[in-house]
Ligand binder design. Sequence first.
Ligand code: NCD
Ligand code: ZN
Ligand code: ZN
Length: 346
Amino acid sequence: MSTASTTLTITRPDDWHLHLRDEAAMQSVVPYTARQFARAIVMPNLRPPVTMAAQAAHYRERILAAVPAGTSFQPLMTLYLTDNTPVDEIKRAKDAGVVALKLYPAGATTNSDAGVTDIAKTYKTLEAMQKEGLLLLVHGEVTDPAIDVFDREAVFIDRVMTPLRRDMPELKVVFEHITTKEAAQYVAGADKYTAATLTPQHLLYNRNAIFTGGLRPHYYCLPVLKREEHRLALIQAATSGSTKFFLGTDSAPHASQLKENSVCGAGCFTALSALELYAEAFEAMGALDRFEAFASFNGADFYGLPRNTGTVTLAKQEWTLPEAVPFGDAQLKPLRGGESLSWRLL
Ligand SMILES: NC(=O)N[C@@H](CC(=O)O)C(=O)O
Ligand SMILES: [Zn+2]
Ligand SMILES: [Zn+2]
């Protein structure tokens, strides 16, 4: 990393948690990520979900066809784990270049209806993944309606993570988009097979952001933003120098008419300005010297993939994020749209 007074140059980063959707909507958002990141872990929660290796291979082709000419971008594919994922699909997935499977507890988040109802049902498949070296990516929230929505991540640690780690000790697990001090502590204290991704919104905002001056749908994602004490624990984890924490935007585009609706879909769109948002969070902690490892090294090392070559440069330069951008034949409103950002990717 090098910093002149007004620029920050780092090795090309990767996004280890991304939603691209499909068809025209996907074609609208791929260029934003391809501009910011060399690679991205592409989430499989399409309708219908990407459950088989052959579907993932076709989805990758559609994504690659949407990458602007002259830009190098590599989508890293995942499968959607279900109660019925066949054990022998794991070998086919590995051969097709799939790097991970995603665990959505059924009903926990956007397009998770086909998710896992009981993790014990997937153990044979998880054993095959452990053997083949595929990672398990986890949306870590219980779905028990008796549990308060703000407590669902912490309860997930006790009910699912701890038993899973005990039963599948050498399966590499990424606790995705963590939002609580409990999850940050759990991952920091876990062994080398456990890591976590952090989103820009959870590093920058607490739950007040959802309610400031009215209900703000573009700040609503899952797991939902938490109290300030949790945000502080997350930014401390991200800037601690621990290699277990890395960048995963969870950029999750939803058409604006579905966000600004009586029932608002969960997800924040950040791909347009992800590095800028993270740089702001790291700068506020006086930790820009730790940004490169978080954005460009820790994730690749955990996944066992080579680090990127080449660099990107951010400048300390104020600019205004567009309020809305096209999204297929709809519109998409970025988090912080219409407001100013202090860093700009050159
Ligand atoms: N994070 C979100 O709020 N939404 C994601 C799903 C997910 O990552 O849980 C989406 O696909 O929209
Ligand atoms: Zn999720
Ligand atoms: Zn996500």
